[in-house]
Ligand binder design. Structure first.
Ligand code: NDP
Length: 308
């Protein structure tokens, strides 16, 4: 059976940062890229808020660069999906693509989270061309324009308020007749004059042309009345799900399903297993915070291995 010192699962900014640090520490990490090589950033267009890129950079290029940097220091980056795991004893047993077995002394989990989408064909068509699941990442492209946010939770309210500070008008499309968000967040929304809350509305279609999104067709869930709104940005804020399926029953998760870590560290409920990036972070979800936590996990892992 193949034996590795550090196994990194996931290839977003957290995974590659962990790979850069652990390879530079001579720990010969093996990184499996998982279902979506490069992670969520490959689904965004331009990244303008990652420090060090004054002109911005595309998500795909940033991930290619991170991968090159990890390879340069000797990280072993492989295609493959982890299909089974046994963390009950060390070394940990891991199965790749249902067949390849690995024994790992330590594991860094960086499997990320996936934004939920409505599932409309038109929404998929315009993803990255006006459809986005991250207002902090993409809101700036729609400054002084009209946009819509879908959802009624804290994220939707937070994103709508943020977008209202840069866009001309924000429609908040809520499927129920109330907001699920905390009272404080609701008040912020109701007190922001350029946010219009459209209660009991569902999106029937995202409208667009060759340039991207131009509007959305909405339907009132009670009256059935349809209306079109003219917008250039369509933001989903209907929740994320952390990619933890293979770790269920192996690692402690919080009530929302994110991997629990000892606060201020990357240490999970299993000694020798560390977590970094969005899979343990329901709050910040930024490339830079994921990269930072990948570094923390690499250092925690390195120190733990040294102490063994
Ligand atoms: P939530 O699960 O709280 O809310 C999701 C929202 O999306 C709900 O309003 C839900 O509607 C709506 N929704 C879900 N599916 C659909 C759909 N198919 N069509 C239309 N609407 C849909 O997710 P959040 O991301 O907002 O929050 C996740 C957690 O993070 C929460 O615990 C939240 O409190 C927390 N959080 C805290 C923040 C803070 O404290 N600053 C900021 C952001 C998040 P419905 O209500 O009808 O189910």
């Amino acid at each position: 059976m193949e034996k590795v010192k550090v196994l990194i699962i996931g290839s977003g900014p957290a995974g590659f940062t962990a790979a850069i640090y652990t390879s530079r520490a001579n720990l010969s990490p093996v990184l499996y890229e998982g279902i979506e090589p490069g992670g969520q950033l490959t689904t965004t267009t331009e990244i303008e808020n990652f420090p060090g890129y004054p002109e911005g950079i595309t998500g795909t290029l940033m991930m290619e660069d991170l991968k090159k940097q990890a390879l340069r220091f000797g990280a072993d980056v492989r295609r493959g999906i982890i299909t089974d795991i046994d963390f009950s004893e060390r070394p940990f047993k891991v199965t790749v693509d249902h067949e390849h077995q690995i024994e790992a002394e330590s594991v860094i989990v960086c499997t990320g989270a996936t934004a939920k989408y409505l599932g409309l064909e038109s929404e998929a068509k315009y993803r990255g061309m006006g459809v986005s699941a991250c207002a902090t990442c993409d809101g700036f492209f729609y400054r002084k324009r009209d946009v819509a946010v879908v959802g009624g939770g804290d994220t939707a309210c937070e994103e709508a308020t943020y977008l209202a500070s840069i866009c001309r008008k924000v429609y908040l499309i809520v499927r129920k007749n109330y907001l699920r968000a905390s009272k404080a967040m609701q008040e912020r929304v109701f007190n922001t004059p350029n946010i219009e809350v459209l209660f009991e509305h569902n999106t029937v279609e995202v409208l667009g042309d060759d340039e991207g999104v131009t509007g959305a067709l909405l339907k009132h869930s009670v009256t059935g009345e349809e209306r079109t709104i003219d917008i250039m940005g369509f933001f989903l804020a209907i929740g994320h799900h952390p990619n933890v399926e293979v770790f269920k029953g192996q690692l402690e998760l919080d009530e929302q399903g994110y991997i629990k870590v000892v606060p201020g560290t990357s240490k999970t409920s299993v000694e020798g297993v560390f977590a970094a990036g969005d899979v343990k972070d329901p709050h910040y979800r930024q490339a830079i915070t994921a990269a930072g936590s990948g570094c923390i996990a690499a250092l925690d892992c390195e120190r733990w291995l040294l102490a063994q």
